[in-house]
Design a protein around this ligand. Structure first.
Ligand code: GTP
Ligand code: MG
Length: 198
């Protein structure tokens, strides 16, 4: 069985946490720095070229964007950590992401994206610690793996065991929206979680 990603549709974009809907549906959320590849990964999971808007310019997704697949919500969160936006925009994004994560909703999984080439930023670690402290289920998608050669990848995999808190208990998956690496593994995780849900 499994989710039928061909049925993915865009539902809505929300600019403030007060606008966020309250539904009973399970939600899978995508979090990470601006430009890390959240929208690209979503498109690849959906098997669609441009359902979620992608841009080389960081800060493309400035709202909480809801997609749905057969009643399951996929939520593209605004990226954090982009230095060149105004303080008021940064505050708005933080309020949105926090409002989303702290709201009373059924978050089945947070996919926390980290650029596979670099150590996690302070912001990334803050997010990961937030997820751990709040006992939220999450996995880490190590994005843009197509940009690493074999030895660089092995080096990063080794370093991540030191960089990520409780690394040995965290599922980490190398992913690429270019080659499709890791996409089936992530889809399988979503499939299992949406079956549990009945
Ligand atoms: P915001 O919406 O600003 O938060 O960014 P985002 O995390 O949604 O990133 P987005 O998917 O828009 O991708 C940012 C840039 O990275 C784009 O130029 C993408 O083409 C590129 N990119 C995303 N994923 C990959 C990947 O797996 N491999 C490579 N080589 N480039 C990627
Ligand atoms: Mg985006």
């Amino acid at each position: 069985m499994g989710l039928n990603y061909q049925n993915a549709v865009f539902e809505a974009a929300y600019g403030t946490s007060a606008q966020l809907p309250h539904t009973e549906k399970t939600e899978f959320a995508f979090a990470g720095r601006s430009n890390v590849g959240k929208s690209s990964l979503l498109n690849r999971i959906f098997g669609r070229k441009a359902l979620a808007r992608v841009s080389a310019q960081p800060g493309k997704t400035a709202t909480v964007n809801y997609y749905s697949v057969d009643g399951v919500h996929f939520v593209d969160l605004p990226g954090y950590g982009y230095a060149k936006v105004s303080l008021s925009e940064k505050k708005r994004w933080a309020e949105l992401v926090e409002g989303y994560l702290m709201g009373d909703r059924d978050i089945g999984l947070v996919v926390q994206l980290i650029d596979s080439r670099h150590a996690p930023s302070e912001d990334d670690l803050q997010m990961i610690n937030f997820l751990i402290d709040n006992e939220m289920p999450f996995i880490i998608a190590l994005t843009k793996s197509d940009k690493l050669n074999k030895s660089e990848r092995e080096k990063r995999a080794q370093e991540l065991t030191q960089e990520i808190p409780y690394a040995d208990e965290v599922t980490m998956i190398f992913t690429s929206a270019e080659t499709g690496e890791g996409i089936d593994e992530i889809r399988r995780i979503f499939d299992e979680l949406s079956e549990d849900d009945g």
